[in-house]
Design a protein around this ligand. Structure first.
Ligand SMILES: Nc1ncnc2c1ncn2[C@@H]1O[C@H](COP(=O)(O)OP(=O)(O)OP(=O)(O)O)[C@@H](O)[C@H]1O
Ligand SMILES: [Mg+2]
Length: 420
């Protein structure tokens, strides 16, 4: 990583002296030196360039001296590592600088060996600080996300539970209704047989309500209602499987149940629309054992990856007319198997969407990286998915893509969770 360092000195020959001395590090891309001739100029540079994390500053300069610069910079960027360069024996200024939070001080004439050691120390501290900031940031995102998910999970599980009760009595009453209707139909048919000569009023009514048709149609009517309620039951089971919120401990889980429930929830997005025909899900499931995991979180990963695949297919078809879209194979293939000496399961989710351009492939897992318009994508899906797979499950999330042809994501999870 290149470390940008700002040197502040009003001595004209100073920049070339520094550049000459650090030419190797600059050429190797380890260091990038920027210069300012006084405190004011330095302040403007720091305000405009967030990459400057280390400053070496002289004290006596026109317009703004080094000690004032130190104070002003720390007011808005307290983590800046500032090294003050003072005249030998200038204890008063050195003390003031240290009291104002300077990282260190050097004396003039500059001893380059000393300067290098100080730079290395500052670089190390900046790197450590950034690392701990990143860690904090990632824990924070994870906490917000898991909180959101568990609240959402509870809500979904609650709704699914509430749906189950009315569906339960519809299902039970449907059985009875079928029995009643069949019985009534039998009675009507018996009447017709026993009393073929009915009066005009009744025969008019029989024609009017189309009794023959009704009697014929009853079994189909009931069976379609049964299918409808069964679908609601399946959906509610899927919702409950999907939103399992086992947050504190890993449990043994059937990965296929997780994938199936996710696909059920996303079904409405797979249907044909004016842009393209239906997206087909092709499942090729291996013989998987139960896997120790946080089911709710893994389901979230499946959701992110399958939703991305649908988006990629939609984007592929966007520029095509319907015939061309129909000619294209709109497929999401989901394959599972045991790998890695029977220690891991691998889940591959492969689409025939627009693919990922070479220049973006290294960025897709970054926090907030998205190519989708505002409101459609936040750039969090893959970032969170990688955290869930790699940090929470010690697995691996990998991606291969050929632009214009499609993309595959592979999730690998240890079957037995390794100790933390
Ligand atoms: N299957 C895929 N095919 C093509 N591009 C993809 C695929 N999956 C991800 N990408 C690219 O990676 C980017 C980041 O994906 P990610 O899921 O992190 O965010 P997003 O989908 O844009 O937003 P969201 O936060 O709603 O998930 C996407 O914007 C897209 O450009
Ligand atoms: Mg996404």
């Amino acid at each position: 990583m290149t470390q940008k360092i700002l040197f502040v000195d009003d001595e004209e020959s100073f920049p070339s002296l520094i550049r000459r001395h650090f030419r190797k590090q600059i050429r190797a891309g380890e260091m990038d030196c920027v210069f300012a001739a006084n405190g004011l100029e330095a302040l403007q540079t720091i305000q405009a360039d967030a990459e400057v994390d280390i400053v070496f500053t002289d004290i006596n300069m026109p317009q703004m001296d080094g000690l004032t610069l130190l104070e002003k910079v720390h007011a808005f960027k307290p983590q800046m590592k500032m090294v003050v360069v003072s005249a030998y024996n200038d204890m008063k200024n050195i003390r003031t600088a240290m009291n104002r939070g300077a990282f260190d001080f050097l004396t003039k004439p500059i001893d380059f060996q000393d300067l290098e050691i100080t730079i290395q120390r500052a670089i190390k501290e900046v790197a450590e600080l950034k690392e701990s900031q990143n860690r904090l940031h990632s824990v924070q995102t994870q906490m917000i996300q898991s909180e959101k998910m568990s609240a959402l999970g509870e809500l979904i599980a609650g709704v699914a539970h509430e749906i189950n009760n009315p569906v339960g009595f519809i299902t039970a009453n449907l059985e009875t209704t079928e029995e009643y209707l069949t019985g009534l139909a039998e009675v009507v048919q018996l009447y017709q047989k026993q009393f073929p000569d009915i009066n005009e009023v009744i025969s008019e009514k029989v024609k009017d309500v189309d009794v023959e048709y009704i009697i014929d149609d009853i079994p189909e009517l009931v069976s379609s209602m049964k299918e409808g309620t069964q679908r609601i039951v399946n959906l509610s089971t899927s919702l409950r499987t999907f939103s399992r919120s086992d947050v504190s401990n890993k449990v043994e889980f059937n990965i296929h149940d997780g994938i199936d429930s996710t696909v059920t929830i996303l079904k409405h997005r797979l249907k044909a629309n004016i842009q393209r025909p239906e997206i087909k899900i092709v499942k090729e499931y291996g013989d998987l054992p139960l896997v120790e995991c946080f089911p709710g979180q893994l389901n979230q990963v499946f959701m992110n990856l399958i939703a991305n695949a649908i988006d990629a297919l939609d984007e592929y078809n966007d520029g095509l007319d319907f015939e061309a879209a129909e000619a294209h194979l709109n497929i999401i293939a989901i394959t599972t198997k045991v790998t890695g000496n029977s220690e891991k399961v691998a889940i591959q989710i492969k689409d025939t969407g627009k693919g990922i351009p070479q220049e973006a492939i290294n960025k897709i897992f970054e926090h907030l990286f998205t190519t989708k318009p505002p409101g459609k994508g936040t750039g969090l899906g893959l970032y969170i998915s990688r955290q869930i797979v790699e940090e929470r499950h010690r697995g691996k999330l990998m991606c291969n893509s050929t632009p214009g042809e499609g993309t595959e994501f592979i999730i690998e999870i240890p079957i037995v969770s390794p100790p933390d």
